[in-house]
Design a protein around this ligand. Structure first.
Ligand code: GN1
Ligand code: MG
Length: 338
């Protein structure tokens, strides 16, 4: 670590390093030096094969937001002593960004007011980014929102995966099979391509540490890409109408219809003149499909012996799959998807 720090700081020995055990892909550390704080991340380059694309997207989005009246915190990528935004060291790739002061994040929603505030914030993010040309944004993970590919990867895993785990996941496999037609239906719709955050889950929203309904900023810009903006709505529903943590398989009291509506109201609030009729009509279907795809991704990883998502306990990817499926079942009871 000291070697990494010496790329950024004159006196690396004075920097305090605190690991942040959040996120399933990269390794994250909070750094503090005197009154200044930073976020340092080791990028998982077996997943992000071209980390320079992440940085280029981040700079493009930050510059655009800064040139307009965006009211939330903007992440700055901080160059190393050589002026480079990425530090390559012993086969590892590191990136440092600014830290948003007086902020906290949550992995479970606290109230419908909080859900509304978060959705309004991402709605503002999209409103301000709407005139940024998608040609200036690239995919840091090719095919990240290609749901056809997500399904074919899953089907391949069903053929080549761990037989014992496949057997244990039979109920979940059946649920997915019964609902896969909704993904086909989604794939028939032609959505306008806009700049998508693509990981709008609750833990990527920072809130004011003294006011749980005031959003300080939106973080984790690693997967920003051109695509269907409603995928961000889907990830918000996935985590703000969900009353359980992402790996909690308990189906009891797992869903809040009030929060669902709050996310919808907030998401639309700053996009009224932007969303097309087709988009508005497909908003609930997209949320359902985003959650189903997330279930498929967790299950694919479970039957592939946990090669993608970081896990810290046995069956965690199966529990995550169950959590998504429980949510889909609850949504099915309250929302008309078609
Ligand atoms: C991953 O690494 P993290 O926690 O930011 C994943 C998202 C998933 C999410 C599920 C690059 O995000 O797509 O929705 O986990 N990121 C990547 O919580 O696959
Ligand atoms: Mg992410």
């Amino acid at each position: 670590m000291e070697n990494v720090l010496s790329n950024y700081f004159e006196r690396p020995e004075d920097v305090n390093v605190f690991p942040i055990n959040q996120g399933y892909i990269n390794s994250t550390y909070k750094l503090s030096l005197g009154y200044n704080n930073y976020i340092l991340q080791k990028i998982n380059t077996s997943i992000f094969l071209q980390p320079e694309i992440i940085v280029s997207n981040m700079l493009t989005v930050a510059n655009h937001l800064k040139s307009k009246n965006y009211t939330k915190a903007i992440l700055d990528v901080i160059p190393n002593k050589n002026g480079n935004y990425l530090t390559f060291l012993n086969g590892e790739t590191w990136r440092m960004t600014s830290f948003v002061p007086n902020s906290v994040c949550y992995d479970k929603v606290l109230s419908k007011e909080q859900a509304f505030a978060a959705a309004s914030a991402i709605s503002e993010f999209h409103n301000v980014l709407n005139d940024l040309s998608i040609n200036r944004i690239s995919e840091s993970i090719p095919g990240f929102l290609d749901y056809k590919k997500r399904v074919s990867d899953y089907k391949l895993a069903l053929i080549n995966g761990n037989k014992n785990r496949i057997e244990r996941a039979q109920n979940e496999i059946n649920f997915i099979q019964d609902h896969i037609f909704l993904i086909d239906k989604y794939l028939e719709i032609e959505f306008p391509k806009r700049v998508v955050h693509a990981d709008a889950k609750i833990s990527n929203f920072l809130f004011d540490s003294e006011n749980e309904t005031k959003v300080a900023g939106l973080i984790d810009w690693d997967t920003i890409l051109p695509g269907n903006i409603l995928c961000d709505f889907g990830d918000m529903i996935r985590t703000y109408s969900n009353l359980k943590s992402e790996d909690d398989p308990d189906p009891i009291n797992n869903f809040s219809l009030e929060n669902y509506q709050a996310v919808k109201d907030g998401f639309i609030s700053n996009l009224k003149d932007i969303l097309t009729e087709e988009e508005l009509k497909s908003i609930d279907l997209t949320a359902f499909v985003v959650i189903l795809i997330q279930a498929i991704r967790f299950l694919t990883d479970f039957i592939s012996d946990d090669v993608y998502y970081h896990t810290s306990k046995e069956n965690q990817n199966l529990d995550r799959t169950l959590n998504q499926i429980n949510l889909l079942k609850s949504i099915n009871q309250h929302i008309c998807i078609n």
